[in-house]
Design a protein around this ligand. Structure first.
Ligand code: HEM
Length: 596
């Protein structure tokens, strides 16, 4: 596909001199720009905040019309250029975000008199991993950090090496997901010293560019936790009321910038050391198709609740990192048949997925081949072509499994003896027992998360809502789901701190399917997938408000059970894990009961 940027000026140059940093941007065909930044890491970046926040790109609200007019690429380029410039300086916001106490306490990267001071030359010579190099150091403000051992655990993979031997903050201005407490904590845990005063770094950001400049427009109702990369929750209204989540309010979990629209796309299906099959979108659409209604849930859904119990590392998702979609595509097992794989043999046990954005992960081959497993390579989401944020042009849907395996922007499928080597299979999305800490975690001892435990949450009312006791009843609504096709058998609600529980009405969504799915084949398949437990259940209970104590806080709780006898735990103590995965203790929402 032709990159829109190649249609315009080839050598725009933007130079900005802002504060102590001088930024020169040379654009060239392709969406990576060549950007050199002279950075003096000793000043207080906070002084630049007023300038950086003037740019909407700097504040992360990157928006772009999905229908590209002739001038849009130019605006996108200029916006991207300014965005990169300001983004580079945008670690101002990072620092402002969560960087330790503001009241004079120690901040990440402060000078530490108890530690040795290294010259800039010493730092920059630490830019290669052993055995070929001495190890990898990075700086943040005055801090020097030895991240040699952290690199293999870095959730963003090998991109961290771009900062090897120099400052990380220019890169964190691009990938703003680093503006989080746990990132500063991880960084400080690797602190070895200070960098000499007045160090000046020439940082080459050309390999990073601005990967988010052309991200798509997003629905205003999404609860945005991060825009670079985009991590956004479905709003409570849609979680409470929609059986199939509309695309605009479907939660978004991106790991990198969203790949550009692919006018032409070829999927590669391979067997390690065996056959390869290439199929383009037109051919895929002609193959026998299958639909499935499936829940897509991030392993970190409800992490915020677990974090309140005890701190965890990761994006602090509320109960909205979950949605339910109607997907249509080609059964993965039919594609595997084209390369001669119809059973587990010759030690082949895994199917690896690779994405256009370099994300990767894998599932067991047994799931892919299971005729009742309903794994599909989808090209439609809610009866429309998959949108960019949701994996265009192809997303593999692995019903009953964690969303990390339903890889978006799918480009390659490999049947292998081994699990994917990607970070997100081997070093992330693993659930350790409660006693394991980041320092004692041995990723090789714990399997990758595939299926998920029973979970439920209250989506209406929402925390802080005011309940009027003059209304006879108050509807309490939410979602419940369990992984691996286990059906929800009950959801109960308590309004008295868990002493008594009332059963909620369950809605399997079959009526919704009958009324709303237009394609008869998709309707038939959707009803089957509901019976197989791939979809969630919506539930509702009318609480009698007359019995509630007026003028007081009220804590509502919900809990679900599944067909295997699995039940949500009362508290997070037994399921606590430092990455905050699979958080499924009883969900609580505190509201205010009005006095009249
Ligand atoms: C020592 C320095 C660094 C530390 C301590 C660090 C730490 C982290 C952490 C903790 C996350 C996960 C954040 C989350 O919870 O979502 C993360 C993600 C990420 N990091 Fe870094 N990082 C460092 C350097 C870098 C650099 C230099 C780059 C790029 C050039 C980078 C690129 C990324 C990306 C793209 C992700 C997102 C991965 C995803 O969402 O799956 N990181 N990093």
């Amino acid at each position: 596909m032709r990159n829109p940027i190649t249609r315009i000026t080839r050598n725009a140059i933007a130079t900005a001199h802002i504060g102590l940093a001088s930024v020169t941007l040379h654009t060239r065909p392709g969406w990576h720009s060549s950007l050199a930044v002279r950075w003096e890491g000793t000043h207080r970046a906070r002084t630049l905040r007023a300038i950086s926040t003037q740019s909407p790109l700097a504040s992360g609200n990157t928006r772009q019309s999905s229908s590209r007019g002739p001038f849009l690429p130019l605006f996108a380029l200029i916006g991207g250029a300014v965005g990169i410039a300001f983004t580079t300086l945008g670690f101002v916001d990072l620092e402002a975000a969560k960087n330790g106490p503001e009241d004079g306490g120690e901040m990440a990267g402060d000078f530490r008199p108890d530690l040795p001071t290294y010259t800039q030359r010493q730092v920059s010579s630490h830019n290669q991993l052993p055995p070929d190099g001495p190890g990898v150091w990075v700086t943040y403000r005055r801090g020097v950090y030895d991240v040699t051992r952290f690199i293999e655990n870095h959730p963003g993979g090998e991109r961290i090496m771009l900062a090897a031997g120099g400052p990380v903050d220019p890169f964190w201005g691009v990938y703003r997901n680093h503006a989080a407490d746990h990132v500063w904590e991880i960084l400080e845990s690797h602190r070895i010293g200070n960098v000499e005063e007045g160090a000046k770094w020439d940082v080459d950001l050309s390999k990073v560019g601005d990967p988010f400049a052309l991200d798509p427009v997003r629905g205003p109702e999404l609860i945005m936790l991060n825009t670079r990369p985009c991590n956004a929750e479905s709003p409570p209204s849609t979680l409470a009321d929609d059986f199939v989540t509309p695309v605009d309010t479907f939660y978004v979990r991106n790991h990198f910038g969203v790949p550009l629209e692919q006018e032409q796309h070829t999927l590669l299906v391979e067997v390690e050391g065996g056959k390869t099959y290439e199929v383009d979108l037109d051919e895929l659409r002609k193959m026998p198709k299958k639909s499935v209604i499936a829940v897509v849930q991030c392993a970190g859904n409800r992490r915020k609740d677990m974090h309140l119990f005890k701190p965890v590392q990761g994006i602090l998702w509320g109960p909205g990192a979950i949605s339910c979609g109607l997907y249509t595509g080609v059964p993965l097992k039919d594609l595997l048949k084209r390369v001669g794989v119809t059973s587990e043999r010759g030690g082949l046990h895994h199917v690896q997925f690779e994405a256009l954005d370099k994300y990767g992960s894998s599932i067991p081959l047994s799931k892919a081949l299971d005729p009742l497993g309903d794994v599909i390579v989808a090209y439609e989401h809610n009866e429309e072509a998959i949108t960019r944020d949701h994996g265009s042009p192809l997303r593999v849907i692995v019903p009953g499994h964690v969303a990390a395996r339903s890889v978006k922007f799918l480009k390659r499928v490999v049947v292998s003896k081994e699990e994917s080597h990607a970070q997100w299979q081997r070093r992330d999305y693993k659930m350790f027992p409660p006693h394991v800490t980041p320092d004692t975690a041995d990723y090789s001892t714990v399997p990758a998360i595939q299926t998920m435990p029973v979970n439920s949450a209250i989506s209406h009312p929402t925390p802080g809502d005011r309940i009027s006791p003059s209304d006879a009843t108050m509807p309490v609504k939410g979602w419940a789901w369990s992984g691996d096709g286990k059906l929800i058998t009950s959801v109960e609600v308590s309004v008295d701190g868990g002493s008594t529980w009332a059963p909620a009405r369950l809605d399997q969504g079959k009526e919704w399917v009958e009324k709303n799915v237009s394609d008869p084949d998709a309707k038939r398949d959707a009803l089957v997938s509901i019976d197989r437990g791939w979809a969630w259940m919506k539930w509702e209970l009318d609480v009698d408000t007359k019995t509630l104590e007026r003028g007081k806080e009220l804590t509502l709780m919900c809990r679900a059970r599944d067909s295997s006898g699995g039940e949500q735990p009362r508290s997070f103590d037994l399921v606590y894990n430092f990455r905050g995965f699979n958080g499924n203790a009883y969900h609580k929402v505190t509201v205010q009961v009005a006095s009249k």
